[in-house]
Design a protein around this ligand. Structure first.
Ligand SMILES: Nc1ncnc2c1ncn2[C@@H]1O[C@H](COP(=O)(O)OP(=O)(O)OP(=O)(O)O)[C@@H](O)[C@H]1O
Ligand SMILES: [Mg+2]
Length: 412
């Protein structure tokens, strides 16, 4: 029996609650509740009442399906208010003795002590690597001898008020947010292979409202960013171009959309009912692809700028891994490869069992990543507790036990 955990992925277009048993070889999905997203724009709360109603509906669905009463959960967090920085912390090892886990924690704690504005708070402190007496790139120095230990960490900070708004929306839905996890960390955990993480890779999760970027080198995250662009912008472009409602444009995108003009035959057309009482209009699929390609290229140019800004663009030997709902757009891989100039793989969560059919889609990478990563973060003393302060003092068993009460005896 693995650990049973709950994750709530609060996205712009959907809220997804998953109850799953995290096992070494797979994740067994016990319950699932998906609701249309409301009250969140570009990863920032715009309507707390609408958002908490959507969260509550998603949680209730997952409760009904799983037979568990959900009281706590790991929560996804995006928002272009996030910022990331790398920092180093040092401790002296008196008497050239072996490094202990306390030394490692102290070095990380020192690395964490950076000056940040009052309006921001630290969300994650992820250890990248250690160096001992100047010898760097040591993944785990435990027990090794030296005089001076340096810990390199990746620190993610977020706007305090943005997190407070999300926290309040989750609590209003009757759930205690056990830990907030940044989207690109969760997506990376769900879809990247060990080889990719070793070689250096960028994971790009393009959702409805945000594009989440995580650069992984030597197995850990070295850079993260969230850009406020996504599939909703493509849909908006179609809305303006075709003079149709957002819903019609969304349906057109999903049914007929293609990310490359070159990939579509010149003769292909489809019919659309525009605003007003006119006759259905015949639209060339190639023209639609041209509109989509312009926006998709722009999104990847922004991603490319961010990769360059990180300074790690030369280290991505495994190229890019594309996920999020927009990865389903046919032709998008080619546009990504062209703009980024590297190999691109489209990824979805794998190794799922139980009620997993719906979840084997790029749209659910963040949702699935929350479960295993949330659990891992709880077991690592070297990662920071979430903004709510939960995590440091209570024992893991107690916390996971608190996540839900069983409603039905042994038959979830
Ligand atoms: N088959 C498809 N073809 C093209 N686009 C698609 C397809 N399926 C989903 N999308 C797009 O994917 C986007 C939603 O992706 P996703 O579910 O990852 O977003 P989200 O997690 O709700 O949002 P975010 O993470 O940005 O807050 C929408 O813009 C939607 O139109
Ligand atoms: Mg998302």
């Amino acid at each position: 029996m693995g650990d049973l955990v709950v994750g709530i992925d609060i996205g712009t277009t959907k809220v997804c609650t998953i109850v799953g048993e995290v096992r070494p070889e797979d994740i067994f999905i016990v319950g699932l509740g998906i609701e249309p997203g409301r009250g969140l724009k570009k990863g920032t709360v715009t309507d707390m009442t609408a958002l908490s109603t959507a969260i509550a509906a998603s949680v209730h669905k997952a409760e009904r399906v799983s037979g568990y009463d959900i009281s706590r959960a790991f929560i996804s967090l995006a928002g272009s208010h996030m910022a990331s920085i790398n920092s180093v912390g040092t401790v002296g090892l008196v008497g050239n003795r072996g490094v202990t886990s306390v030394d490692m924690d102290r070095a990380i704690e020192n690395a964490r002590a950076i000056a940040i504005p009052h309006s921001r708070e630290v969300l994650h402190v992820v250890p990248r690597s250690y160096s001992l007496d100047g010898q760097d790139h040591i993944p785990n120095p435990l027990g090794m001898h030296g005089f001076r230990l340096d810990a390199e960490v990746h620190i993610i900070t977020v706007s305090t008020s943005s997190v407070a708004n999300l926290e309040q929306s989750v609590q209003a839905a009757g759930v205690f947010p056990d830990r907030f996890i940044l989207n690109p960390l969760a997506s990376g955990d769900a879809v990247l292979t060990d080889v990719e993480r070793d070689m250096g890779v960028v994971v790009i999760d393009i959702g409805g409202g945000t594009t989440d970027i995580g650069i992984f080198v030597e197995r850990t995250i070295w850079h993260s960013a969230v850009i406020p662009v996504g599939g909703d912008m493509i849909t908006n472009d179609i809305t303006h171009w075709m003079h149709v409602s957002f819903d019609v444009a969304e349906a057109v995108k999903v049914q007929h959309g293609f990310a490359r003009e070159k990939g579509v035959s010149e003769t292909e057309t489809f019919l659309v009912q525009p605003f007003g009482e006119g006759m259905p209009e015949e639209i060339k699929r190639g023209d639609l692809a041209m509109v989509i390609e312009a926006r998709v290229s722009e999104i990847f140019e922004l991603v490319q700028n961010e990769i360059k800004r990180s300074g790690y663009d030369d280290l991505l030997r495994a190229g890019a891994v594309l996920t999020g709902g927009c990865a389903l757009l046919p032709g998008i891989r080619d546009v990504a490869a062209e703009v980024l100039g590297c190999p691109v793989r489209i990824a979805r969560p794998e190794k799922l069992t139980g009620m997993a059919d719906t979840l084997r889609s790029p749209a659910f990478s963040t949702s699935i990543g929350l479960l295993r990563l949330g659990l891992q973060m709880d077991t690592l003393s070297t990662t920071s507790p979430a903004s709510n302060g939960g995590g440091s003092s209570k024992s893991i068993g107690k916390r996971l036990g608190d996540m839900f009460k069983r409603l039905l005896p042994d038959e979830g």
